[in-house]
Design a protein. Structure first.
Length: 582
């Protein structure tokens, strides 16, 4: 059983417990365990099969979770989930994915109207049966119908996988293929190499030393242990479906064509068409086999750099190959020097056990130091986010005192690392902030965020964000659009107007690197660059393993043309503190 399947079952149990009991404390252990499991690089199935006692070494997996993991791996069942589903219909889990429906409302809909699934919810809304419920009305009913339509569009968008999931299997597949003696060059291509936020399939390109050894690579590819079925197997290519449903495609070319093929199978369709047209204007022909002149003579193709150079262009980073101005910039030598993971000096959005995180403040600091960072901001939730055990002013101020003591300890130990006193403060529906002004002024960094009433009108949501930005009490606007990839669409507001206000008030906009969000997206990153807004690439970590999510944020920033100078947490500690104290 895959880790993601186990995590999904634990998330289901947490949701069902919240609906049944309305008490977030009992469900929190399941939700936290699910997050830990999602982040694991090792297979829980293999741990159970080799030595199940090692489950005890995984932080956040207690005895109860240990037993359920073993039960799931060995039987494929979870009695606790089955018992809950005897009391509550499984369709309620789908209802929770409709924007505006929380656990309390799902419980109300079920108990008052017997609504068991999204279909029943839509029928009731269109029949006007929801407006008389407590907390509802005609406007709420109309908004809910729109939310259901949005949910249905997301569900019908086709099977795509979030990039961490696809990347994990691609990396394992590449490692396996590299053990093939006949393969001399190997690379992942397609949307994965461009670091798109979701991936349809895995594209792998290989070159063999001799043409007669191609079939050895093909046979190795289709013989991968995780292959469930072989779709096709030919002279130079093969396609398979893995046990998790992900499709993987292999293409094998000669070494002299590898660069041309890598370019061909990496750029999107528009980028490749533009390059072929450019080649045609120069009397050349470009294909996956190479760049050729009118007489059919080989011009370039062994490396991507050679292909782009022969076309009068700088080499274009894979993330930019979307035909959005990169070819013109490459022709003029004006491609941006894109931000790199090594440029990141710290993480400005991290949670601890003081709210809904899995690690203590000291553990977070230790993990950030091991990452090579100079600083990390502790930004636990404010009290409005009750399900996350958000903190009131008193708890936050006590946490600040503990941050001071930890920094004193680090300084005595000779470390220059700094823990920043922060909070993820809720932006209420009227734009007010969830802490007193005097409390916020005692923080090093305040990260403002919307966590409720996503269905406000465009004008009202815009004004809500503008008021928070103009308060000069927040330093960063977190996960600005509120989207959850494949689950919740962005809420509606005037992004350009908000960014211009943020630029004027020296408020940074967050690129939330958590793979469920990647919010800002790439196009919004370009808008931020154009409007002069600093972008904070932060992980929104809820465990120390989430700190590794920074790479997803960095690659999204690269897709948005961001450079080191555009990113807040590429600043040194001294420069960052100067920005925050503005």
């Amino acid at each position: 059983m895959e880790n993601r399947e186990i995590a999904k079952i634990f998330h289901d149990i947490a949701d069902l417990l919240d609906i049944k009991e309305g008490n977030p404390f009992r469900s929190r252990s399941y939700r936290n365990a699910a997050r830990v499991i999602e982040d694991l690089a090792i297979s829980l199935e293999s741990v159970v099969e080799t030595d199940e006692k090692k489950l005890e070494d995984i932080p956040g997996i207690g005895k109860g979770m240990h037993e359920k993991i073993v039960e799931l791996v060995r039987t494929g069942r979870c009695v606790a989930r089955e018992e809950l589903l005897k009391e509550l219909p499984p369709g309620l889990l789908d209802i929770l994915n409709v924007s505006g429906i929380g656990h309390k409302k799902a419980e109300l809909l079920y108990k008052e109207l017997g609504i068991k699934d999204v279909g029943g919810l839509e029928a009731a809304a269109r029949a006007g049966r929801l407006r008389d419920l407590s907390g509802m009305g005609e406007k709420s009913e109309a908004k809910l119908i729109k939310a259901i339509e949005s949910y249905k569009r997301l569900k019908s968008g086709g099977m795509r996988y979030k990039i961490p999931f696809a990347l994990r299997y691609a990396e394992d597949y590449l490692k396996y293929m590299k053990e093939t003696p006949e393969v001399i060059l190997l690379e992942a291509a397609g949307s994965l190499r461009r670091w798109k936020e979701t991936i349809g399939d895995i594209d792998i390109l290989a070159a063999c030393e001799k043409s007669g050894t191609v079939m050895a690579a093909i046979e190795r590819f289709v013989g991968y242990p995780d292959v469930a079925s072989v779709i096709a197997k030919g002279g130079t290519k093969a396609s398979v479906v893995l046990r998790n449903g992900l499709q993987a495609d292999l293409r094998v070319v000669e070494e002299k064509s590898f660069g041309a093929a890598l370019q061909y199978f990496t750029g999107n369709k528009a980028h490749n068409v533009a390059l072929r047209e450019r080649a045609g204007k120069r009397g050349l022909k470009l294909s996956e086999y190479g760049l050729f002149d009118e007489a059919g003579h080989y011009v370039a193709g062994k490396t991507e750099e050679d292909v782009y150079k022969a076309l009068g262009l700088e080499w274009i980073p894979p993330e930019l190959r979307e035909n959005s101005g990169e070819i013109e910039a490459a022709e003029k030598g004006r491609l941006p020097k894109l931000v790199e993971i090594k440029d990141i000096k710290g993480d400005l959005h991290v949670h601890t056990t003081d709210s809904d995180g899995n690690a203590s403040m000291a553990d977070v600091a230790g993990a950030a130091m091991k990452t090579g960072y100079a600083y990390v901001a502790i930004t636990d939730h404010s009290k409005a986010v009750g399900i996350a055990r958000g903190m009131d002013d008193g708890r936050l101020l006590k946490q600040c005192e503990r941050v001071d003591r930890l920094n004193e300890k680090l300084e005595k130990e000779g470390s220059s690392f700094r823990v920043l006193k922060g909070a993820e403060v809720d932006i209420k529906s009227d734009g007010a902030l969830d802490y007193k002004d005097e409390t916020l002024r005692k923080l090093d960094i305040a990260v403002g965020a919307v966590h409720s009433k996503f269905d406000m009108t465009r004008g009202d949501m815009t004004n809500r964000l503008l008021k928070a930005i103009s308060s000069r009490l927040i330093h960063v606007l977190a996960h600005p659009t509120g989207r959850l990839i494949g689950t919740r669409e962005p809420y509606d507001f005037d992004m350009e107007k908000v960014m211009r206000a943020a630029s004027g008030h020296k408020v940074a906009i967050e690129l939330n690197a958590f793979p469920d969000r990647l919010d800002l997206n790439d196009s919004h990153c370009r808008l931020a660059k154009d409007t002069g807004v600093m972008v904070a690439i932060s992980t929104d970590s809820h465990s120390v393993m989430n700190l590794d999510y920074m790479r997803y944020g960095v690659h999204t920033a690269r897709r948005g043309w961001l450079e080191k100078k555009d990113v807040l947490n590429c600043m040194t500690l001294k420069k960052l503190m100067g920005f925050l104290k503005r």
